[in-house]
Ligand binder design. Structure first.
Ligand SMILES: NC(=O)c1ccc[n+]([C@@H]2O[C@H](COP(=O)([O-])OP(=O)(O)OC[C@H]3O[C@@H](n4cnc5c(N)ncnc54)[C@H](O)[C@@H]3O)[C@@H](O)[C@H]2O)c1
Length: 255
């Protein structure tokens, strides 16, 4: 699938990986609808010009994501929603039993799973239903969905039960979703980033960030959002990528 003249929905597009992906797809001649809970999404869409629209929305809401999908279909001028890069997500930390012996907060666990896992399913179901109506392109292709997992899906650390479970769920959905949507000509992929320089990571202290960078075999630094965007673009344009999760992590394996 070409980026040029096609229309993409990017969630979590106000910041970090989603914002960089929106920039890359517009630079490649694509049109983008940027969806995010944060009002910063409107300012980011403005910087991208005529090819971009902003829709404020929560990925856990059916109505909000349907509105974002509808906005993408409208922006496409009859071609339909070609792709989704779903980046919206939250990080969370919390032990099963804290230092004082108290059990973890169940609401906090539910919130992480609701946004990262249920939100991913919500975006996939509404995007796929729209893509199934597209006219088929080369090989009968109608669309591509790219989800964002995390290396924490495979090597979660202490305190990451909720985050790791939510991202492992994203990994687990990739193959069954790709198998099911194959009859519509829609591919499903996931990217599992290592540690990337985004506002999400800026919450951790400098020392911890340096230690994480040092733990990356090569290159010894945090990933750049533009590198995530490059992989997203490659997945869009390479039709043989389907039903797989790609680690993008410089070889890091979390202790
Ligand atoms: N940065 C990393 O090192 C890293 C590593 C692995 C995985 N990830 C994953 O990559 C994705 C993007 O992360 P990032 O680093 O760009 O973070 P970020 O905080 O910079 O961006 C995330 C965006 O998602 C939005 N968002 C959060 N909840 C939302 C909701 N319910 N509905 C709509 N939008 C919502 C936020 O407003 C924010 O703009 C996340 O899923 C994250 O878990 C990030």
């Amino acid at each position: 699938m070409n980026v040029k003249d096609n229309t993409f929905l990017i969630t979590g597009a106000a910041s970090g990986l989603g914002a960089a992906t929106a920039e890359r797809l517009v630079a490649g001649g694509g049109r983008v609808v940027l969806c995010d809970l944060s009002d910063a999404v409107e300012a980011h869409a403005e910087t991208l010009g005529e090819a971009a629209r902003a829709v404020r929305g929560d990925v856990t809401s059916g109505d909000d994501i349907q509105a974002a999908v509808d906005a993408a279909v409208a922006l496409s001028e009859g071609r339909g929603l070609a792709g989704v890069v779903h980046c919206a997500g939250v990080v969370s930390v919390g032990k099963l039993v804290d230092r004082e012996g108290n059990p973890a907060d169940l609401d906090a666990y539910n919130r992480t799973v609701q946004i990262n896992l249920v939100g991913t399913f919500n975006v996939m179901r509404l995007a796929a239903a729209a893509m199934a109506k597209n006219a088929p392109g080369e090989d009968g292709e109608r669309g591509v969905i790219i989800n964002t997992a995390s290396v924490a899906a495979f090597d979660g650390q202490v305190g990451q039960c909720a985050y790791s479970a939510s991202k492992a769920g994203v990994v687990g959905m990739s193959l069954p979703a790709a198998r099911e949507l194959s009859r519509h000509g829609v591919r499903v992929m996931a990217i599992a980033p290592g540690v990337f320089e985004t506002p999400m990571m800026s919450e951790i202290p400098d020392e911890a960030a340096q230690a994480l960078a040092a733990a990356v075999p090569f290159p010894k630094r945090l990933g750049k959002p533009a590198e995530f965007a490059r992989l997203a673009e490659q997945i869009v344009t390479n039709p043989m990528l389907n039903g797989e999760v790609i680690r993008l992590d410089g070889g890091i394996r979390m202790q």
